[in-house]
Ligand binder design. Sequence first.
Ligand code: AMP
Length: 464
Amino acid sequence: MTGNNSQAFSTLSLKPALLENLATLGYDEMTPIQAQSLPAILSGQDVIAQGQTGSGKTAAFGLGILNKLDVKRFRIQTLVLCPTRELADQVAKEIRRLARSIHNIKVLTICGGMPLGPQIGSLEHGAHIVVGTPGRIDEHLRKGTLKLENVSTLVLDEADRMLDMGFQDALDAITDQIPAERQTLLLSATFPSQIQKIAERVMRDPVVVEAESTHSGSSIAQHFYRVESEKERFKALRLLLLDKAPASGVVFCNTKRETQDLANELQAFGFSAQAIHGDLDQKERDRTLLQFANQSVVLLVATDVAARGLDIEKVDLVVNYQLARDSEVHVHRIGRTGRAGNKGTAATLFADNEKFKIERIEEYLKQKVEIHPLPNEKVLFRDPEPAPMRTLQIDGGKKQKVRPGDILGALTRDGALDGKEVGKIQLQDIRAFVAVSRPKAKLALSVLTQGKMKGRQFKARILK
Ligand code: AMP
């Protein structure tokens, strides 16, 4: 906040009991996200805040909730939605800590993967604040065991992750049940376009608070590498990929043929790579993109046409294996990295006969490009990093009434997998796809095929 350097909680209009408790918790100063968001939160505005775990985001919205809560009114006044049970438990714990000085505040967690019966009982007893996961909250709404008609604050915590886990439909169903006259707070580590869409639907004139500025030209490091000859180009690419070991990357070629050849060659050297080009049928294309988006494939080898319009977020390396035909396309390619505050690198390979293109790019960007030496060849002894996740295909989808919460519930039941080991869940009409951490793929497969969802067994397999 400009013009106000004080980061003390006492500068806020917080209830004295909350302030006193903050001192006993040892919260002496506000964290940046708290300093930026609390004034707007306390004034009742809708707020979108970028905040990762560890930023103090929970206290930012927790204090907002508690400051306006009317303890004497024993109704559910606040709903906090979280992607996983672990996070919901943490959030509930932090809210209870912040509320220590206010007597008789009841905070209830309602999460998937837990038996329904006791939850119904707890809901009958009532609460002020409910913290839960979207699938289970939606289930209680349908059963009529939860009513949200008195909710005046809705918090969507880790909204990006909730969307990644396929909770879009559940979120829509839940927000429909909450009075429009409310305050909505949305927390997210990243801001993909779906978050903006959700914000437009469920929020009113939100104040946007960003701990770090989002994508600007300077967050992309552009590195240029000279290759001696065409023969050296592939080796140069291997050197870069082994040295940088990106969690996800896009490698651009200029023709369809080249993308397929290059993807094959990368696979032969042990890289997790798939080509995407106009000759693939829709199903192959969707599957490749799905596996790339859920981190089951590390590298996408693409033509400009194939990559056009793709919503590729969080790519940390873009490689121009071949220089783009013109400078504008070049800038468009590298704009795919470094989004939403993520640091990205763009590496461009060029041969001597392409120097004129580099000069054009310099003119276009109005800056001299830096030419870097290639990494030391020692890295060739390393093994490529495998993709962190694997994708399971389940032969049941929306038609079979399978919901993301069912899949998450089946996988985490009896502690088979931890919520953190489950990635994106995507539901189609008769299929579902779920990403799980690579070492747990086989276990996840047996849990899914041996256990039941919606009272029946489904076939599943691990995608290659
Ligand atoms: P969170 O990002 O919400 O997961 O919070 C990270 C940790 O920081 C939690 O353990 C909080 O208890 C703690 N915390 C939150 N706000 C403050 C603060 N203003 N001063 C000190 N610790 C804090």
